[in-house]
Design a protein around this ligand. Structure first.
Ligand SMILES: Cc1cc2nc3c(=O)[nH]c(=O)nc-3n(C[C@H](O)[C@H](O)[C@H](O)COP(=O)(O)OP(=O)(O)OC[C@H]3O[C@@H](n4cnc5c(N)ncnc54)[C@H](O)[C@@H]3O)c2cc1C
Length: 302
């Protein structure tokens, strides 16, 4: 249960208080404001605030005095042009602020995206909750045999049961010791900033994360991808759903050119041209390494 009844009530209160504004409003984003979208077993993503919409991207691109929009079709065409040609600054005119609750090991991957503003829950000041990410059985997978940085088949039987028991018992034991160490009941009580070092990386943390649309799309391109670890990918997927509603034209262009598209090297393009001319090109005659060829083959659906 990610939210307490009090927290649910606070969100309902915020959602019931509307104010008139002269600012740009995205109906799609308004639909998400403040609502917690559950992710993993205790996590969530909440849209806290946003600036701009599809029209704001066009307004900036045209450096316009008014709204800067023409027909919807014209705006969509402009957004697709900007995305196709990596003309990225108009996308930086839109911003988003999220409240995210996530396991610490996911936060560690997420924080590598430096082009955002972050404020994290302080475990020096506050006591962390007894909340740990325990994978669902189908996410409890074995080490991949083809990819050192990945996972393969789900664990099964006694091994799966034992692993789940270790993950749960170790987390609970560590938290019991954490609570005991910070307790001031009949003892001085260890400082929270020290006691927390005993806690495992599957404990949940929270942060506010603010980023512009250009850098957000870069984050989503990397983290909604199948190469990203499942536990961060599900957060990226939840954010994709928000962005799709917030800036539908920009998201559609992003889906087309970045998520669904592919970049080909000069060698790969040469192979495509030779194939189109009727030549049978193999890895050996392609000039590409085995790994590169495998990826190229995946892209062209060979
Ligand atoms: C599948 C996957 C596996 C990964 N594996 C590893 C791993 O094994 N080990 C590891 O350490 N990391 C790993 N990473 C993290 C990765 O190397 C990047 O640090 C992370 O994806 C953030 O990307 P970024 O720097 O482009 O993003 P951001 O920090 O958001 O930066 C966005 C862009 O801004 C520019 N920029 C930002 N800061 C600077 C700067 N200081 N100097 C120059 N340009 C800057 C760059 O153009 C950059 O692309 C992995 C990431 C992925 C997606």
């Amino acid at each position: 249960m990610p939210l307490t009844p009090d927290q649910e009530a606070e969100i309902a209160d915020l959602r019931s208080t509307a104010r008139p504004t002269l600012r740009t409003v995205s109906e799609g984003a308004e639909k998400h404001l403040y609502t917690a979208h559950p992710v993993l077993d205790h996590g969530f993503v909440r849209l806290i605030d946003y600036m701009g919409d599809d029209a704001a991207i066009c307004q900036a691109a045209r450096v316009s005095y008014g709204k800067g929009t023409k027909s919807v079709q014209n705006d969509e065409g402009l957004i697709r042009y900007l995305m196709r040609h990596w003309h990225s600054t108009p996308f930086e005119m839109c911003e988003i602020k999220l409240h995210v609750k996530l396991p610490v090991f996911v936060a560690r991957q997420w924080i590598r995206h430096r082009t955002a503003n972050v404020n994290e829950y302080s475990a020096r000041y506050s006591i962390l909750d007894r909340e740990f990410y325990i994978p669902a059985p189908d996410a409890l997978a074995a080490q991949s045999v083809v990819n050192n940085q990945g996972r393969g088949e789900a664990l099964s039987g006694a091994e799966a049961e034992r692993v789940l028991r270790y993950l749960t018992d170790d987390a609970m034991r560590a938290y019991d010791h954490y609570e005991e160490m910070i307790s001031q009941d009949g003892q001085q009580g260890l400082a929270r900033e020290l006691a927390r070092m005993n806690l495992p990386a599957n404990i949940y943390t929270q942060w506010y994360w603010k980023v512009d649309l250009h850098n957000l799309l870069h984050f989503l391109r990397l983290r909604a991808d199948t190469h990203a670890q499942y536990e961060i990918r599900v957060y990226a997927d939840a954010i994709c759903n928000i962005v799709r509603d917030w800036v539908p034209a920009a998201y559609a262009a992003f889906e087309d050119y970045r998520l669904g598209g592919a970049t080909l090297s000069a060698k790969a393009l040469d192979c495509v041209r030779r194939m189109l001319a009727g030549e049978t090109v193999t890895q050996e005659t392609s000039g590409m390494s085995k790994g590169e060829w495998r990826e190229f083959d995946g892209v062209i659906g060979g």
